[in-house]
Design a protein around this ligand. Structure first.
Ligand SMILES: NC(=O)c1ccc[n+]([C@@H]2O[C@H](COP(=O)([O-])OP(=O)(O)OC[C@H]3O[C@@H](n4cnc5c(N)ncnc54)[C@H](O)[C@@H]3O)[C@@H](O)[C@H]2O)c1
Length: 350
């Protein structure tokens, strides 16, 4: 079993191995004091893994209640959050008890935000079951729900007490959802690890899941530890995201999956920056091949005007400048600050 310890405002372990679900009761016993918990999961994940988790917890002496929410982004809502608070009250979950998020990023974000706010904060354990949740959303303590005005607009930093990553759960993911997670995985290679990038370029990630996930988590852990509250270095995790958000907006939210938008955003900014000489020759082509090897797209048809207009609303912009992340070569990224004119010039080369 791989163990990665995160030293944030609280310290916790991320355990990674195929088959861990069956041992989750025992593992959780070592990380929390209470013997009472509520599981939050979605209707897809519940059918696949709900019973295994409940059984393991009960075998370890836990009293368990479970709320199953509909799968999909709509469950990251205030309506669902209020239903969850009421469910916890009805099941007498007190301040010393804890929650378990069993599922993808939607369940993780909803449960994490609930844990940050219910009774002014209780513990929670993450059991991520999508690739994206295992390499990204379960690490770093960002939690949120959506409101009508936008995604993730109401949230909190709340670190889990433990993360249990059973890589076997990825065997039931559709190829489509798996590929979306690979968008973020390739991003980690690009920003921080040439060996990871090279391994991913072989296109056989499923053979090395434990190793790849541990490397991604290790990279995110290091970045998050340096910048827990997202005021500086953590921004490098947004490589590809400035264009990705514009692509998602142009397509209408939900029409281009986020992981694919990130893949396209990474390639498009790298190719434009390469034309300006900011990136080593051939890097965009290497990235394109790596994305293709992982069933990911690299380009989106969007006018330069739309790309500019829809991306300058990005939160990395101040009144007349925008910060973007550029990888001069795989494994090596930097944050650069551009005037809006310089940003426009970059976009003109996309
Ligand atoms: N907190 C963070 O730092 C952070 C980072 C990135 C993304 N996010 C959030 O994560 C969310 C997206 O997460 P996601 O991509 O995991 O989506 P998701 O949670 O909606 O899961 C995708 C689909 O996969 C299904 N599923 C989950 N595990 C499965 C399994 N093992 N086998 C079969 N099906 C399974 C789910 O039921 C769902 O239908 C977004 O809301 C995004 O904002 C948060």
């Amino acid at each position: 079993m791989k163990k990665i310890t995160v030293n944030a405002d609280t310290s916790y372990d991320i355990l990674i191995e195929g088959g861990l679900l069956k041992q989750c009761g025992e593992l959780i016993s070592q990380a929390v004091k209470s013997k009472k918990c509520a599981i939050v999961t979605d209707d897809n994940v519940d059918g696949l893994y709900g019973d295994i988790v409940v059984k393991s917890l009960e075998n370890s002496g836990f009293t368990v209640s479970k709320l199953v929410v509909p799968h999909g982004e709509e469950s990251k809502s205030h309506r669902q959050l209020i239903a969850l608070y009421n469910f916890l009250c009805e099941n007498d979950i007190t301040r010393t008890d804890f929650l378990i998020a069993l599922g993808g990023g939607v369940v993780g974000d909803l449960t994490g935000f609930c844990a940050a706010t219910y009774l002014r904060g209780i513990d929670y354990v993450q059991i991520p079951t999508t690739l994206l949740a295992q390499v990204d959303s379960s690490v770093g303590g960002k939690t949120a729900v959506n409101i009508d005005s936008g995604k993730n607009l109401v949230g909190a930093f709340k670190q889990p007490a433990l993360v249990i990553t059973d890589t076997d759960t990825l065997s039931t993911l559709s190829e489509e959802i798996y590929a979306e997670g690979m968008g973020e995985v390739v991003k980690y290679g690009m920003i921080r690890s040439l060996p990871l990038f090279e391994k991913l370029s072989e296109g056989s990630s499923r053979k090395y899941l434990d190793e790849i996930i541990a490397q991604c988590v290790g990279i995110k852990r290091n970045v998050v530890q340096n910048d827990e509250f997202d005021t500086g270095e953590r921004m490098i995790l947004n490589f590809g995201h400035t264009f990705a958000h514009a692509i998602e907006k142009a397509a209408g939210y939900g029409n281009v999956p986020h992981g694919k938008a990130v893949a396209m955003g990474m390639y498009m900014i790298t190719s434009a920056a390469e034309k300006q000489g900011k990136v080593k020759k051939g890097t965009a082509d290497r990235l394109k091949k790596c994305l293709e090897a992982n069933s990911l797209p690299h380009e989106y048809k969007i006018s330069r005007d739309d790309l500019y207009r829809l991306s300058i609303g990005d939160k990395k912009r101040t009144s007349d400048k925008i910060r973007v992340i550029i990888c001069a070569e795989p494994g090596n990224c930097e944050i650069i600050t551009l005037s809006l004119n310089e940003y426009r010039e970059l976009i003109n080369l996309v």
